[in-house]
Design a protein around this ligand. Structure first.
Ligand code: FPP
Length: 250
């Protein structure tokens, strides 16, 4: 629970908020946050990891069932090698220290994205935390790393086409549920809410299939400034949305 009196005074409001089952987050603005403070971009990413720790704790506290964080897109390879190396270093430390601690806190972890581009040591640690946490029943924490939604859909289609080719399924059996079963997030609910920080208003190839009916909320704060006050603001906006899923207002 928050020790900040301003946040603590919001407890009655907190009870009235709708809590999404699944929140997806596009963590944007680390570089601009650092530049605005005369710091190197790497300091922005370091501060971004602190914000990752905060949102995981917030989701546990507010009983969000699933949190997906977009931490490195397939397009981020276009960045300078030094920055890529730095982000990989942060991820390696996060996976080997934080994730192990979270496994002990009943968090179930899944890393989604293309693993072929990752070095074998990192792949081994990822596989280990996933296996160790597979039976956990608390928050589902999904880290999208080397992830691109279009590539995810292509990979699902390729798997399904392979099954059609061997006669395991017929083309008539291809439906939304079958595709759902072949994407990285199979078994998890679709995101109810996608949040993007730092004022940009686009999805940038994040969970395109899964977010068909997600509410999109964009905030001006840069990712390193994401805290409980921003989280509450986002939940307030989400709670005010009328989700009709193509129907009419209730
Ligand atoms: C967006 O800011 C952030 C990234 C591309 C990297 C996000 C990485 C982390 C928060 C750290 C590693 C993650 C984990 C889960 C340990 P940007 O660099 O695009 O910022 P800008 O748009 O201001 O340049």
């Amino acid at each position: 629970m928050s020790t900040n009196p301003a946040i603590a005074s919001l407890q009655p409001e907190r009870q009235a908020l709708k809590i999404p089952d699944h929140i997806g987050v596009i963590m944007d603005g680390n570089g601009r946050w650092a530049n605005a403070r005369g710091l190197r971009r790497s300091e922005g990413h370091r501060a971004g990891v602190q914000a990752v720790r905060r949102i995981v704790e917030l989701c546990i506290s507010y009983k969000v069932r699933c949190l997906t964080l977009f931490s490195f897109s397939s397009e981020n390879w276009r960045r300078p090698p030094d920055e890529i190396n730095f982000i990989f270093g942060l991820l390696r430390r996060f996976v080997s220290s934080d994730l192990n601690r979270l496994v002990a806190a009943n968090v179930r972890i899944r890393i989604i994205g293309e693993r072929a581009g990752l070095e074998s040591g990192l792949r081994a640690i990822i596989e280990e935390v996933e296996a160790k946490s597979a039976a956990n029943t608390g928050l589902d924490l999904v880290v999208a790393f080397n992830y691109g939604a279009k590539a995810e859909i292509v990979s699902a289609v390729r798997q399904i086409a392979g099954k059609v080719a061997t006669g395991e399924i017929s083309p008539d059996e291809i439906d939304e549920a079958l595709l759902d079963g072949h994407i990285y997030t199979h078994g998890l609910p679709d995101p109810d809410l996608i949040v993007r920080t730092s004022g940009e208003m686009r999805l940038s190839n994040f969970l395109l299939w899964q977010s068909a009916y997600a509410e999109l909320v964009f905030v001006e704060e840069a990712w390193p400034d994401f805290d409980e006050a921003v989280f509450l603001k986002v939940l307030r906006t989400y709670s005010e949305r009328d989700r009709r899923f193509g129907g009419i207002a209730s």
